[in-house]
Ligand binder design. Sequence first.
Ligand code: HEM
Length: 399
Amino acid sequence: MTASPTATPTVDLDPMVLFADPYPLYAQLRRDTPVAYVPAMGRLLVTRYEDVVTVSRDWETFSAREDTPGPEHKIIGETLMSFDGEEDHLRLRRMMDAPLKPRALREHWEPVFRANAAALLDDLAGRGEADLFADFATPLAAMNLASFLGFEGVSAQQLIDWCKGIIDAGGGYMLDDAGIWERGFAARDGVIAATDAAADRVRGNPDPSMISSIINSPEPMTPQQLYSNIMITIGGGLNEPRDVLLTAAYGLLTNPDQLAAVRAEPSLWKKTFEEACRWVSPIGMFIRQVARPVELGGVRLQPGDKITGVVASANRDERVYADPDVFDIHRKGPSHVAFGGGGPHFCIGAWAARASIGTIALPALFDRLPNLRLDPEREVPWGGFVFRGPLAMPVRWDA
Ligand code: HEM
C-alpha cells in the first residue's frame, strides 16, 4: 500500500477479477481500507454502508457535477445525473419522474406491464425450456420501457440494440472495439428519431408517458436535454429490471424453502424483489466529486477528488446485515441502497422496477411455468461489477 496525492490509502484492483466476482474484494476493502484510491479507475472507492449513504445524501459536499465529463458524454450529452440542486437537477427530474410515481404506475402502467409479461409467458409456456435472460427478462424489460417512455412502433429488439450501443460506447469499457463508436452514434440517432416521433404525437395531446410529461410541462427541456435524458433512461432502465428479475429467480430456484414460503405467502414477493436488489445489486456504483474539504471513513478528502459510492459493497456490509452473502427473503435490517443511498439522485425508476418485476413479472413467471427449475446440465454464468447479473439462465419446466 502506498500514499496517493491526497494521502488516502491506494489499492490496486484488477478489473477482470472484479468482473468475475467483486464481492470478496469489497469485503477486504470494507475491512481494511473503506475509502481507498484505485489508480486503474482514477477514483476513490467508498465501500461501507454508512459512508455510501453519507456520499449519497450530502450533495453539497459530494457533488454530481464532475469537472471532466466521462466517455458517456460523447454519446449521451449532459443529463440530470450530472446536475445538483433545485433549479438545475430537480427541475429536470420532476418532468421525468411524474409518470413513474406509484399512483401513475397503478393507474396506467401496471396493466400494461401485466399484459407484456402475460404475452411473453403465453408464447413460452408450451416450450418446456428457455433461456430466461434472452427469452423473458430482456424482452420484458424492453417492452415495459418502450411503453412508459412513449415509444410506439419501436420493437423490443430495437430498444435492446440501442441500449447496448449506448452503454458499450458510453460506458467506456470496450474502447478497443473499432465499431463501438459507430454503433453508439447509430443508437443515438435511432433514439433521437423515435423521441421526435413520440414528441410530435403527444405535443398538445398529452398521454401518461415520460416523453409527454417532458414535452407538455410548463418549462420544457431543450431538444438536446430531452434526447440526453431519454438516452440515460434507456441506458439505466432496461438492463437493471432484467438483472434483478433473473437474480430473484435464481435466489428462489436455489433456495426451495424460500420459494415454498413465497408461494404460500404472496406478500413475500415484494421482499424477494428487495432482497435480490440487495444481494446482487444491478448497478454496482454511483459517482460524485468532492466539492469541499471533508473527512470520510477516517480519510481526508479534497475538492476535486473523484468518488465512487459502491452500493454493491454497502449492501453486503456485515456491520449492517447478518450473513450478508446469503440470499434470504426473510431478512431484517435497514433498506438496501441498490437504488442509491436516499439522496437527490435516488433512482427515478425504483417504483416502476418494483411494480413491473416484484409485483407482476416474478409471480407471473412462477405461476405460468409449472415446476420451473434451473437446467441441471447447464451453468448460470454471472458477470460485471459496474452492472452485474446472470449472463444467461437456462431453465426447464413442465410443459
Ligand atoms: C432494479 C432496477 C434499477 C436499479 C437497481 C437502479 C439503480 C439506480 C442507481 C444506483 C442510480 C444512481 C443513484 C445515485 O446516483 O445516487 C439510479 C439512477 C437513475 N435511474 Fe435507476 N435503477 C433501476 C431501474 C431504473 C429504471 C426502470 C429506470 C427508468 C426510468 C431508471 C432510471 C434512472 C435514472 C434516470 C436515474 C438518474 C436519477 C437522477 O440522477 O436523479 N432506473 N438508478
